[in-house]
Design a binder for this molecule. Structure first.
Ligand code: SAH
Ligand code: SF4
Ligand code: F3S
Length: 440
């Protein structure tokens, strides 16, 4: 039997899909090279914004054609969108042809459910929260030979007022410290050079244990320090961190870790204090700027990226202007910018002053123009500099070139050779664009 997995959503979902692939392979399935070959099709879903959901329902709708062509094919939808409590109604309308629906807690049971469908059972829905995360030490089939993702904490306690994640991923649960380290060791001995430590809020690592009275429980800095000791792993990244929990001491500790210190992703969301408060972010623009100052003082060459939302309910033109001014002051290397999307079940959805879509789009446009200009200027400052690049492979956009990343997470396009893939090479930057550097 062959399986095909289509993944939507964030890095966490991508990694979940790697684990699902690993589980299916160890249950005797093989990866299909394309959809039509597959006996089992798994869609790993995301509900962070309405646009994501619409795209996924479209994809799921199209799978009906696979059932016509191959009536025995098993269709499974798993992940965040399936964990929402409104899912029953939606499945009734748009997901009748799905055989298996699993939420974020039950995905490891996929082989068992496939067996039940093969034995004749009709649609199985399991979105119960009674079990936890992927059990430790499950096999995973990595997409990359030399880069890997490692879960360190599951769930989120922050309840930002716009966000669905805490409702579909549950409360924070830190993963056992020694299990993380064992996984890192095993990845290193497998030739992995770069790891991404994953969690919705990695800085909360260990807080759940400390709240329960274990005052000596390791914290996020301890994870970074121990991970830095793993020989063979050259670069350590993490996603995402929350500015509220990003202390000056953490910056001090990171600045001592060469494998970690060149790149920060710190989601700002808004540059207006009134909106940050309404978002329940737990910091203001002054707090955020002190972290940036601290980072730039300790590691002047580090790149800093962010996430921003425009059109949160109640955001006036003046509030938005504050965000523009603030973003101009922050000078981020890049920003992932989003239009606020009302998510059912979150507090922000019932706020009175929803911003019209046309206004949101226009604000996104202005923010993008500003940020692109800043990104370009910061990238241009790299021209003439020598950078260490971890080579990823052929460029997806142009097969004449190779692509890789600097320690500061900048994409570099260059003329490479196949044997360089997975190694770190020195290149001199010759050109700069908004989203990448060139060494040509
Ligand atoms: N835990 C991560 C967020 C994961 S979601 C963090 O706090 O950084 C990634 C990004 O999606 C968020 O940072 C936010 O900018 C955006 N986002 C989340 N909910 C959204 C919504 N309802 N509408 C628009 N963007 C949203
Ligand atoms: Fe969502 Fe906020 Fe948690 Fe990030 S920190 S996952 S934005 S609730
Ligand atoms: Fe989407 Fe779930 Fe990630 S909602 S952004 S896949 S945690």
């Amino acid at each position: 039997m062959q399986f095909y997995i289509k993944t939507f959503g964030c890095q966490m979902n991508e990694h979940d899909s790697e684990i699902i692939a690993g589980i299916l392979e160890s249950a005797g399935y093989q990866a299909a090279s394309d959809l039509d070959e597959a006996d089992v099709i798994v869609v790993n879903t995301c509900c962070i914004r309405e646009s994501a959901e619409n795209k996924i329902w479209g994809y799921i709708g199209n799978l009906k054609a696979c059932k016509y062509k191959k009536p025995g094919v098993i269709l499974a939808a798993v992940g965040c969108m399936m964990q929402q409590n409104t899912i029953d109604e939606l499945l009734h309308r748009q997901g009748k042809h799905l055989d298996i629906i699993l939420g974020t807690y039950q995905q490891h049971r996929l082989p068992e459910y496939i067996a039940r469908i093969l034995a004749g059972e009709k649609q199985i829905v399991d979105i119960s929260e009674d079990n936890h995360d992927f059990p430790d030490a499950l096999p995973s089939r990595r997409v990359s030979r030399f880069a890997a993702q490692v879960n360190i904490i599951y769930g989120c306690n922050n309840f930002c007022s716009y966000c669905i994640v805490p409702y579909v991923r549950g409360r924070e649960r830190s993963r056992d410290f020694s299990a993380i380290m064992a996984e890192l060791q095993s990845l290193a001995s497998d030739g992995v050079k770069e790891v991404m430590l994953l969690g919705q809020n990695v800085n909360s690592y260990g807080k759940d244990w400390r709240r329960q009275g274990d005052l000596h429980a390791p914290d996020f800095a301890a994870v970074l320090q121990a991970a830095s000791q793993v020989a063979g792993i050259e670069r350590i990244r993490y996603m995402s961190s929350h500015p509220r929990d990003f202390s000056a001491e953490l910056v001090d500790k990171i600045s001592e870790l060469p494998k970690v210190r060149d790149y920060y992703h710190l989601p700002l969301q808004s540059g207006c204090d009134k909106i940050l408060k309404a978002m329940n972010r737990g910091y203001n623009t002054g707090d955020y700027m002190s972290i940036l100052d601290k980072i730039r003082q300790k590691t002047p060459g580090a790149a800093i990226t962010t996430d921003l939302i425009v059109g949160f309910p109640g955001e006036t033109e003046e509030d938005f202007q504050q965000t523009l001014d603030y973003v101009a002051r922050c000078r981020f290397d890049a920003a992932y910018t989003f239009i606020y999307s009302p998510r059912s079940g979150t507090p922000a959805v019932s706020l009175a002053e929803q911003v019209p879509l046309a206004v949101k789009k226009e604000r996104l446009q202005r923010l993008t123009v500003l940020q692109n200009q800043i990104s370009l200027e910061l990238n241009q400052a790299y021209i003439g500099r020598k950078v260490a690049v971890l080579v990823e492979g052929l460029s997806k956009n142009n097969a004449d070139f190779y692509t890789g990343r600097t320690a500061s997470n900048k994409i570099v396009i260059f003329r490479g050779r196949p044997e360089q893939v997975g190694t770190i090479i020195d290149l001199t930057v010759s050109g700069a664009k908004t989203w990448h550097l060139e060494s040509l």
